[in-house]
Design a protein. Sequence first.
Length: 267
Amino acid sequence: MKDVHSPLTAALRLIGLISWIMLLMPLFVLFKRRRRHRTAAYILRLIYRGLVRVSGFRIEVVGEPCREVPALYVANHCSYFDIMVLGSLLDAAFVAKKEVGAWPGIGFLATLAGTVYVERRARHSRTQRDEMKAKLDGEAQSLILFPEGTSSDGKSVLPFKSALFSVAEAGGATLPVQPISLSYSQLDGLPMGRNWRSFYAWYGDMELADHIWMALGIGRATVTVVFHPPVTMESLPSRKALADHCFAAVRHGVALGNNGRAAETLA
């Protein structure tokens, strides 16, 4: 792998990422503090879109995101790259594990962007539900949830934790819940393959700095994003049924996306 990694490309992309953030983040903070929420949200989308472009990613979209506000988007989770990919497509806040808030740099940016942090301990579930409900109802803010609870290797989807769908119950029976499949599908226009995909997926005990350096220097990747039809709690008998429905849709989309057949997902 090292013989196809370009340190120069990685360095230039890293410099570009830092420069883009430093250029637009002060504007985002300014408008956010002045409660110019729509302008701040627009700038945040620009930040994410710039990060996607500078990092060398191309996004392929299948289907359409739900336009109702608020909505709950439910996606599989492969990598920290998922954040900028989905952030460039959706006007929504992320739900993340509490540890993310302590990550150097990333945690600061996540907090500024309005991320809702959740504890893994069950005893905090009611507080977490209330915080997410406040985003949905009080701020009319859509949310992006990764219900696997951790990131995977990108080759398959881990079981969804139904407890994390408590926000769907709190949001009401008519809250739109849209499953989303993320696949790192191509590298330089060719099928990604099992071995290459692991250099974009971040999981287990991988070192963050080393992973970023490698991923930024090995080519131009295509991320396939499939927006499945949204559902609501009133159309399903329970929170567990909602989790199972979303899991099945996301897993199906990831399997097809990894094989270059994402367009068949909604056929």
